[in-house]
Design a protein around this ligand. Structure first.
Ligand code: BDR
Ligand code: CA
Length: 319
């Protein structure tokens, strides 16, 4: 379980580790506001078995090998799998070389989600930082189960910001647009951390230079550096966006963000448009006439406060 305090909130973290997923795991486990019940894995940045191994590796690094890992969907609902190994490396964790611990996943992610949400209706926050396939499969198997979450915090989509995989789509929604649409339409209370907000905070080369000389500090440096060099070549900026930690921060302290309610749906088809968030922001339309359900979207963040929180939680002073 996580570092609990008396009022810590139970959370399930669903991820496709992935470098920034690893940072999201570190942030969640370093935060006393959250009690991590388990980590679910899904195909996304890397194939499922690699991502599952990475979750186990990161937990071991943090000395939290007691937290269960549940393995989920091996690919999207309908389309072919796409991966992001050019960003995260073929092993998913950059140039790091963490050992794979001698323990196996504790079971199936979809069953774990259904059982946990059903046993504690209204209590458990679901934080999803990969393609939404596991959540969609849980909803398909147990209709209404996502509404039993206290809240679903999602890293995904792009509302006004351009996409990062196609001109209009963000990776997690692009990788499984059908799942993204089903989750958005599920009627649960969703708060999105889209690219509009995740593109506002990044680690810079100076942060890497200041990493603590600890196993966790070395891991972050080795994991992040290749993606930062790639960003330098392709985007002319040596930086690493903290996408997934932002969805965790939504669960820790929503006051870090400016959150707007946006009527939104997800496009599932189209060579140019699959995975696009279609936000109905028509000025001459009343809310009752808008396309798509209301979705809470973080559209701005106090970047300084977020970064300070993030660094202090992933590198606590007493470790
Ligand atoms: C998202 O895509 C993945 O590559 C990252 O882990 C993050 O979840 C950003 O678009
Ligand atoms: Ca991710």
């Amino acid at each position: 379980m996580g570092i609990e305090s008396s009022d810590s909130r139970p959370v399930i973290l669903d991820a496709d580790p992935g470098v920034d997923d690893a940072l999201a795991i570190m942030l969640a486990l370093g935060s006393p506001e959250l009690d991590v019940l388990g980590i679910c894995t899904v195909s996304g940045n890397v194939p499922l078995d690699i991502g599952t191994g990475n979750a186990l590796k990161v937990l071991e690094l943090l000395g939290r090998g007691g937290i269960p890992v549940y393995s989920g969907a091996g690919g999207p609902l309908r389309k072919e799998a796409v991966y992001a190994t050019e960003v995260h490396g073929t092993g998913g964790l950059g140039n790091s070389a963490l050992p794979l611990p001698d323990r196996s996943p504790s079971g199936d992610a979809i069953s774990f989600m259904i059982e946990t949400l059903s046993a504690r209706p209204g209590e458990v926050t679901l934080i999803a930082v990969g393609p939404l396939t596991n959540l969609a499969l849980a909803e398909a198997r147990a209709p209404g189960v996502l509404k039993k979450a206290r809240e679903v915090c999602v890293m995904g989509g792009a509302v006004e910001e351009p996409g990062n995989v196609t001109p209009v789509a963000e990776f997690n929604f692009f990788a499984d647009p059908d799942a993204a649409r089903q989750v958005v339409r599920s009627g649960t209370s969703i708060t999105l951390a889209p690219l509009d907000v995740t593109h506002r905070v990044a680690l810079a080369a100076t942060h890497l230079a200041e990493m603590p000389a600890t196993p966790a500090g070395r891991f972050v440096m080795e994991a992040v550096r290749p993606a930062m060099e790639l960003a330098m070549r392709l985007q002319a900026g040596r930086r690493f966006f903290l996408h997934d930690p932002m969805a965790v921060a939504l669960a820790i302290d929503p006051s870090l963000f400016r959150i707007e309610t946006v009527f939104a749906d997800v496009e599932t088809e189209g060579d140019l448009t699959a995975g696009q968030v279609v936000a109905d922001r028509r000025s001459f339309t009343v809310d009752g006439n808008r396309k798509g359900p209301p979705v809470r979207c973080a559209m701005d963040v106090d970047a300084g406060r977020f970064l300070a929180l993030f660094l202090s939680r992933i590198f606590p002073v007493d470790v």
